[in-house]
Design a protein around this ligand. Structure first.
Ligand SMILES: NC(=O)c1ccc[n+]([C@@H]2O[C@H](COP(=O)([O-])OP(=O)(O)OC[C@H]3O[C@@H](n4cnc5c(N)ncnc54)[C@H](O)[C@@H]3O)[C@@H](O)[C@H]2O)c1
Length: 322
């Protein structure tokens, strides 16, 4: 089993590589190490992965035409496509980077898959942001997703549509994974829990945008990646047209203030709060219906923020003293 893993230097990619290596996969990792956040953190993740003999890294920008063609004839059986320009707010400032990575880059992965002999399954990252601003919840895969609140969300809906068309046209078995606010050790410095930890430990105030309105289905990274091996081994059958989409969330949303309290408890310090209005592009709520992933992959998230945030803070303290 040989997996092409895109975004291998990224947060989820790093954890995905570790679990796939532990399951006996050979992992070909690719990433362009872009500077959306600290490149040193991406390099530190890679340094951990390069300790494994079955991990092979290639510095590649996926959005470059035919960038993946060097991997033809190398016996790739699976693809896990996680590379993307992530983050909602940055899409207001730098929209082109989203279309380049998430649309043009996704197309290159599909083109590679189309000509990849022996490929059994392509799984790719989508996002809870495809659900946009909506009432109620939990949000199910059968809900109609046509109202992206940000360009990031629009490119993720676009990615699902590209995948659907290639499944129909070329019979490539594909699974889209809608992740819900994934957090944990080696996490992303642009995300709220990371910024709160940094600031609280430094004795600096934190900014909360419309905290009374905001809740997120915070999902611990180990809960997600633990089902990746099962997902890769379970291509969708023809009844779903060879393309299926699943929510991977915690099914247990927390209010933003509950996140702040969890970070405060883990840091052993109170935060000084600055309250501001809701930001453009943000949605009020995410909440995953995970019935389908439970049924098909045995997905069973167990970690709540009261356990997961202390793990993150413990990692953060070790990492920042390296
Ligand atoms: N972390 C979350 O909460 C979350 C939630 C929903 C969806 N997702 C999706 O999951 C995937 C992984 O997210 P993450 O949190 O690990 O983000 P990340 O930014 O840590 O990882 C993405 C990686 O992709 C790489 N990359 C970007 N553009 C590239 C290109 N053109 N060529 C090669 N590499 C490129 C980046 O350098 C980065 O290392 C992304 O598709 C993201 O949109 C993440």
């Amino acid at each position: 089993m040989k997996v092409l893993l895109t975004g291998a230097a990224g947060f989820i990619g790093y954890h995905a590589a570790k679990i796939l290596l532990a399951e006996g996969y050979e992992v070909i990792g690719v990433d362009n190490l872009n500077d959306y956040y600290d490149v040193g953190l991406k390099q530190a993740r890679l340094a951990e992965l390069e300790k494994f003999e079955s991990f092979d890294f290639h510095f590649i920008d996926l959005a470059d035409e035919k960038s993946l063609s060097i991997f033809h004839g190398q016996g790739i059986t699976h693809i896990l496509h996680l590379a993307a320009q992530a983050g909602v707010r940055y899409s207001l400032d730098n929209p082109r980077s989203y279309v380049r990575a998430n649309v043009a880059g996704h197309l290159e992965v599909l083109e590679f898959a189309r000509h990849c002999e022996g490929l059994q399954h392509l799984a790719y990252a989508s996002s809870s942001s495809v659900y946009g601003e909506r009432e109620g919840g939990p949000f199910a895969e059968t809900d109609i997703v046509r109202s992206p609140a940000s360009l990031y969300a629009a490119t993720k809906i676009g990615g699902e549509m590209l995948a659907e068309s290639y499944a129909r046209l070329y019979g490539i078995p594909q699974t889209g994974l809608r992740f819900f606010t994934v957090y944990g050790p080696w996490g992303r410095p642009d995300m709220a829990y990371f910024i709160f930890t940094q600031k609280i430990l430094a004795g600096e105030p934190i900014i909360l945008f419309a905290p009374d309105e905001m809740s997120r289905d915070f999902t611990y990274v180990d809960d997600i990646v633990s089902v990746f091996p099962k997902i890769l081994q379970t291509p969708p059958d023809n009844s779903s047209g060879g393309h299926a989409v699943y929510n991977l969330g915690n099914h247990n949303p927390n209010k933003l203030m509950e996140l702040v309290r969890a970070v405060e408890a883990a840091c052993g310090r109170k935060a000084e709060l600055i309250i501001q209005a809701k930001q453009k592009g943000d949605v009020s709520k995410t909440y995953a219906d995970i019935t389908a992933a439970q049924r098909d992959f045995g997905f069973n998230p167990k970690t709540n923020i009261s356990e997961g945030i202390p793990d993150f803070v413990a990692w953060y303290k070790t990492y920042t003293t390296i």
